[in-house]
Design a binder for this molecule. Structure first.
Ligand SMILES: NC(=O)c1ccc[n+]([C@@H]2O[C@H](COP(=O)([O-])OP(=O)(O)OC[C@H]3O[C@@H](n4cnc5c(N)ncnc54)[C@H](O)[C@@H]3O)[C@@H](O)[C@H]2O)c1
Length: 397
């Protein structure tokens, strides 16, 4: 698919994804003629039809606005990146089964673009990367005879609110040369409220620190939850009491599943960078990833689970999202499959999981329910008197 006949100011590579699509739409709305280049033709077709492939607050109206204005184009042909002044890379940067970063996702992408890349272009890396990857990529390109300006400008928005936050947050900008930094800063000044300049490795660390810090914070809350719960106490009540008019503790999160496509993976990138000496993060992984097993064992203590049907409410990795990537709901489902008679699952937003059932059926057929994802749609839910394990304290609030 290619609609790239006109001239573009910027191309977002991987632009049909969760990071790329909202950024492309905002850039196009700011008047930058933006080309979305992506290998996923179905996602490009969805976008070209004015729909987003995933939930994004305020995304679809703005998408339709820029389609009507003619400032957004689509392509799955790498040759179409030729001559576009700014290329922003937002392809996925996963970790492998041993939790090490997978560099070839980026190098494979660059290999495809290389024949069409010139030294006059600015390449802006926006995917979250292992510290040192920007410099690595610089060497990788030079070794192949290409010297584009190379920048690293990480994304820090909350998934689902990228349209708003990409314009309201401060954008970290770094470049391998002053010219690269300046070129990237000029582009992001059109979008972000404020620019802060850093060196590439500082910005790489900064992004990973943001996610690892959040992940460790959630682990602290989940550890506190397990300590209180094991003592027969209600963590939510303790938290409420200790936070009352006590600003120093205002950052203490509630308990709940902490996972998804970024926090866990990015914390592991820092663990890998530290050669497994980032022990605090390793402990956080044990706590957060251990929560499904904890819940299963608490339920086993309370109920004859082997004779019971358990219903899981919410399979997305976080509330009001349709994204089930790395969701702990699925880890809990796996645990319970071994320990309960039947496990039923439901979610109002997740699509593409053929085992999901309608909410009323799950509530009706289950002996016990577990609130995995506190979607707003579950507010005022009639639980039909069924016991519910609610780590989030959602139904009490
Ligand atoms: N999801 C978030 O909220 C978030 C926030 C901050 C940073 N990040 C980082 O941004 C990056 C992208 O994450 P995402 O959630 O948007 O991933 P995603 O899977 O939703 O999007 C990636 C897109 O890249 C496309 N793609 C893959 N390989 C390609 C290639 N070689 N050429 C062209 N297109 C290609 C895919 O088809 C997909 O549309 C990751 O590094 C992630 O860690 C994500």
């Amino acid at each position: 698919m290619s609609t790239a006949k006109e001239k573009f100011d910027v191309c977002v590579v991987g632009g049909a994804g969760h990071v790329g699509a909202p950024l492309s739409i905002v850039l196009a709305q700011k008047g930058c003629r933006t080309l979305i280049y992506d290998i996923s033709k179905p996602a490009l077709q969805t976008l070209a039809a004015g729909n987003l492939p995933f939930l994004e607050e305020g995304g679809e109206p703005m998408l339709r606005e820029v389609l009507a204005a003619g400032t957004l184009g689509f392509s799955s042909n790498p040759a179409d990146i030729r001559g576009i002044p700014h290329l922003i890379l937002t392809v996925g940067t996963p970790v492998d089964e041993f939790h090490n970063p997978v560099l070839h996702a980026l190098t494979d992408c660059m290999d495809t673009l290389l024949p069409y890349l010139s030294d006059e272009q600015t390449v802006i890396l926006r995917s979250t990367v292992f510290p040192g990857v920007t410099d690595f990529l610089d060497g990788y390109l030079k070794a192949r005879g290409r010297r584009p300006l190379l920048a690293f400008c990480p994304e820090r928005v909350v998934q689902g609110k990228a349209i708003k936050e990409s314009q309201s947050l401060v954008q970290m900008v770094s470049g391998t040369t002053p010219a690269a930094e300046e070129s990237a800063a000029r582009l992001f000044a059109k979008v972000a409220r404020k620019i802060v300049r850093m060196k590439p490795m500082e910005a790489e660390f900064a992004k990973l620190f943001c996610n690892a810090y959040r992940y460790v914070q959630f682990a602290v809350a989940n550890q506190f939850y397990m300590l209180a719960d094991s003592a027969g106490l209600d963590y939510a009540r303790i938290r409420q009491g200790l936070m009352e008019d006590y600003p120093r503790m205002r950052d203490l999160p509630g308990a709940g599943f902490a996972a998804g496509p970024c926090l866990f993976k990015d914390t592991l990138q820092l663990v890998a960078f530290s050669e497994n000496k980032f022990n605090l993060a390793v402990s956080a992984v044990q706590v957060n990833e251990g929560l499904p097993a904890y819940i299963t064992s608490r339920l086993k203590e309370k109920y004859p689970l082997k004779e019971m049907t358990v219903g899981l409410l919410g399979m997305a990795f976080k509330a009001d999202s349709d994204d089930a990537r790395s969701s702990l709901s699925y880890k809990l489902k796996k645990h319970l499959t071994l320990h309960a008679k039947t496990v039923l699952t439901t979610d109002p937003l997740v699509t593409g999981d053929r085992e999901l059932l309608a909410l009323p059926e799950v509530v009706r057929r289950s002996d016990v329910l577990i609130l995995c994802t506190p979607h707003s749609a579950y507010a005022n839910l009639d639980l039909q008197g069924k016991p519910v394990y609610d780590i989030w304290n959602f139904f009490k609030e």
